[in-house]
Design a binder for this molecule. Structure first.
Ligand SMILES: [Fe+2]
Ligand SMILES: [Fe+2]
Length: 340
């Protein structure tokens, strides 16, 4: 037996949900009883109301649709079909904007937009190195150095494949750091100083490196399996490291970026020697870095290497050594958002 409170709740829920759940059936009966102008009025209301239009587009039975078409004059022409297609597209009221390139041609990438593209700053110093001084610095440095050995053994001089595989790891720290800073901002009711955005930008940029290199080198099944395993280990290890010490985590990433610069420099040497073919640049790279139409793989590696140098700077800067030694917190030092 229901208590009075429970009965009230049930009544209220049924009162709210009833018309929604049963609206189709009600409409079917009522429209069938209508004639002429009344039918037209109902049809206008169905199609013109954003709420009812959307709901009926999803819940109407075939019979309902036929009645609706009949009410609007039975003009089931090609134009009518295109109207129906439009209804489906606008189901959630979202129309994808038409995006064009500077020359007016259609923008073909959904994964990034023209306003996210940029020209890489190739003048950046590629040789900058943070000399490890503190215990944490040395720990970070030797952790990264020790990871390089198995990587060298596994990939040898297959730099295309190496780049693709390493980018699957390189895109993790920015996302983990950004996510944890996001949660910290929520927890503490405080601003992030732009660091969430800066780190997520870095993750996105690294992922674009991967999207580029997978056009050049296709992963084999055992390489995919390796990525699966390494991601599981690295994501969790970096997550815990960032929780324990953002200073250490950013320092590790700073050194990883230094290694990435080294790898891409070796990649360029192989391209110049001709041991790796300097193929045409993938279309995605040409649009993302605003490269000339005749750009080659060498141009792509140059801009990616410049990106890595920027990530190196951001992470060494973010490493709490650089910021906390000045008595500041990360949020107090404005993040280099949009630093490419
Ligand atoms: Fe990268
Ligand atoms: Fe990087």
């Amino acid at each position: 037996m229901m208590s009075r409170g429970a009965t009230t709740v049930v009544r209220s829920v049924v009162g709210q949900m009833g018309p929604r759940l049963f609206s189709t059936g009600v409409m079917k009966t009522s429209t069938a009883a209508l004639v002429g102008s009344e039918k037209a009025m109902v049809a206008w209301w169905i199609t013109s109301s954003p709420v009812n239009g959307a709901r009926n587009a999803s819940t109407m039975t075939l019979g309902d649709k036929q009645q609706k078409e009949e009410a609007v004059g039975g003009s089931a022409t090609a134009a009518g079909s295109s109207q129906k297609a439009k209804e489906v597209v606008s189901y959630w009221g979202v129309q994808p904007p038409k995006v064009t390139k500077d020359d007016g041609s259609e923008w073909k990438w959904n994964c990034f937009r023209p306003w996210e593209t940029y020209q890489a700053d190739l003048s950046i110093d590629l040789h900058k190195h943070h000399a490890p001084t503190t215990f944490l610095d040395k720990f970070a440095y030797w952790t990264v150095k020790s990871l390089r050995f198995p990587t060298d053994v596994f990939f040898q001089r297959r730099y295309g494949c190496r780049a693709m595989m390493l980018e699957t790891v390189a895109a993790v720290p920015g996302m983990v750091g950004g996510m944890l800073l996001h949660c910290k901002s929520l927890r503490r009711f405080e601003h992030s100083g732009g660091w969430i955005k800066a780190l997520l930008e870095e993750a996105e940029n690294e992922r674009m490196h991967l999207m580029t290199f997978m056009e050049v080198s296709k992963p084999k099944w055992y390489e995919r399996a390796l990525v699966f395993t390494v991601q599981g280990i690295f994501f969790n290890a970096y997550f815990l490291a960032y929780l324990a010490s953002p200073k250490l985590a950013h320092r590790i990433t700073g050194y990883l970026e230094e290694e990435a610069i080294h790898s891409y420099t070796e990649f360029l040497k192989e391209l110049e020697k001709g041991t790796i073919e300097n193929v045409k640049a993938p279309a995605i790279a040409i649009d993302y870095w605003r490269l000339p139409a005749d750009a080659t793989l060498r141009d792509v590696v140059m801009v990616v290497r410049a990106d890595e140098a920027h990530h190196r700077d951001v992470n060494h800067f973010a490493s709490v050594t650089d910021v906390h030694y000045q008595g500041l917190e990360l949020k107090d030092s404005p993040a280099p958002v949009g630093y490419h």
